[in-house]
Unconditional design. Structure first.
Length: 255
């Protein structure tokens, strides 16, 4: 590949600093406008989104006598705040691919063709892995985690009266954390491309990695139930194994 193909175009190099700022401004405006449209749409379907977020709690409470029938609001505006929070988070989640597309449009003119070919798939698979992590937590991890806390109330004769905002904070934080943790293979690919980590390195420290992943799983699952912790630790181990394979494929020796 010749040098001309590896360098940005002359038009991109000649763009003045204020031109870059103007382009960045329009990038932000388009992204905010798109998220705003998504927010309005999500407000229309906020009841369905609320039911979706409550479904792990409903599943967790099956068979328990004292499971909370409804989430509680303890202030005048809490329901309003909760519904707008749900719509806002959903809007950002739906708009994430477009936001990444706008970021890509802004930075790609300054990249070499080889860098564009390397980064674009990372953006695609990074988004896919993030959604997969969120989906896994919602469908697999949250029901047993919430079930543990419900059963804890039942065992000690306590009535579970959970606030709406507390429930949203707990569930959304867990889903966000799992989505970020699912980016482990993507981070590994980037580090391998820069020659920072390699497959032999990851294999050599696999025992240390298991300890770290178990600690992370325990931190992300606040219950003391080992089964719930292993529900998260298992996929993390699998992601680490995938990371080793990807590091072997994409590793580039630093000169």
């Amino acid at each position: 590949m010749n040098a001309a193909e590896e360098t940005p175009s002359p038009d991109d190099r000649r763009m003045p600093f204020l031109g870059h700022l103007e382009e960045l401004r329009w990038c932000l405006i388009r992204s905010i406008a798109f998220v705003a449209v998504c927010f309005c749409v999500c407000l229309v379907f906020v009841r369905q989104l609320l039911d979706l977020l409550k479904s792990p709690l409903t599943k967790a409470g099956i068979g328990l006598m004292d499971a909370p029938a409804q989430l509680r609001t303890l202030s005048v505006g809490e329901a309003f705040t909760a519904l707008f929070t749900i719509a806002g988070v959903a809007a950002v989640a739906v708009g994430l691919p477009y936001i990444l597309y706008e970021i890509w449009k802004f930075v790609s003119p300054g990249l070499k063709p080889s860098e564009r070919r390397a980064i674009f798939p990372l953006l695609f698979f990074g988004t896919l892995f993030f959604y997969a992590g969120v989906f896994f937590t919602h469908k697999i991890l949250l029901p047993p985690t919430l079930g543990y806390f419900l059963k804890l109330n039942v065992d000690y004769g306590l009535a579970a009266e959970w606030r709406m905002m507390d429930y949203l904070s707990f569930t959304l934080t867990m889903m966000l954390a799992s989505g970020v943790m699912a980016e482990l293979p993507i981070v590994t690919v980037v580090l391998a491309r820069f020659g920072i980590v390699s497959a032999p390195f990851l294999l050599h420290y696999w025992r240390h990695a298991i300890v770290v992943l178990l600690v992370l799983a325990a931190a992300l699952t606040p219950s003391t139930d080992a089964t719930t912790m292993m529900l998260l630790a298992g996929p993390l181990f699998a992601l680490y194994g995938i990371s080793i394979i990807l590091a072997k494929i994409f590793y580039v020796q630093r000169v």
